[in-house]
Design a protein around this ligand. Structure first.
Ligand code: UDP
Length: 218
């Protein structure tokens, strides 16, 4: 069996996650190669000392087992690529930094990116292709949907439900819910950086400020 790992996206997100992925393979004693995949590349090149190629070239590579981390912040793009990988029977790869803390009964669907200093405490369920950037945490009893993105330093307290495609900006704080009334961040909602979210956020809206309020579209 020959293995090949890919970091999909060679822009900011991908170049920040490549060292995390490299450390993970080292930790596991796995000598396999990790390449960048980026569709803007017409020919193979080298980026930060790794081979970089487009998806067609990655797919054509003869390795028998391929795993890919989609390292692109835009959640709609992550979903589009995840569907393509599934159609091509290429596995989603979860990458987590050496110092990530995962406590009890944490269930994370494959394809997550857990950056350095992330903490996920106990009894938490997380969907596909979750991105938890530097220093973010998820406290007990949270349920996080598919393609959710946390920028750095997100403070997600206990009993919060975050629906698919929500984006939580850097340093946002979300107030805890209760077991019978979780605080809900709706599908596709955006929480602005530094927001202090004290109550549930409806699907599709953007909230900013402290306490966070809906930003009306002009
Ligand atoms: N990209 C790609 N295939 C796609 C969409 C995007 O390879 O279908 C690449 C794109 O060429 C770019 C990267 O993904 O290099 C996204 O980079 P961007 O700077 O937009 O975002 P970030 O790295 O912050 O997620």
């Amino acid at each position: 069996m020959s293995e090949l790992f890919g970091i999909y996206g060679a822009s900011g997100c991908g170049r920040s996650l490549m060292p995390v992925a490299r450390a993970q393979l080292k930790r596991l004693g796995n000598p396999a190669e990790i390449v960048f995949i980026d569709d803007s590349l017409v020919a193979e090149t080298i980026i930060n000392s790794h081979r970089a190629m487009n998806y067609a070239a990655f797919k054509a590579h003869p390795a028998t087992q391929k795993k890919v981390l989609i390292a692109i912040a835009n959640s709609q793009v992550r979903e589009k690529i995840a569907i393509k990988l599934e159609q091509d029977a290429i596995e989603r790869w979860t990458v987590q930094a050496d110092n990530v803390v995962l406590m009890d009964e944490v269930e994370i669907s494959p394809g997550a990116a857990l950056s350095p200093f992330v903490t996920i405490t106990s009894n938490i369920k997380i969907g596909k292709c979750f991105h938890a950037n530097l220093y973010s945490y998820v406290e007990h009893d949270c349920v996080i949907g598919d393609y959710v993105t946390f920028a750095p330093g997100v403070k997600c307290n206990g009993n919060i439900h975050i629906q698919d495609h929500a984006y939580i900006g850097a340093g946002a704080v979300i107030k805890q819910g209760t077991p019978d009334k979780p605080l809900v961040i709706g599908k596709g909602a955006v929480v602005g950086m530094g927001a202090v979210v004290t109550k549930s956020v409806p699907p599709g809206v953007t909230v900013v400020g402290s306490p966070a309020r809906i930003l009306e579209k002009k």
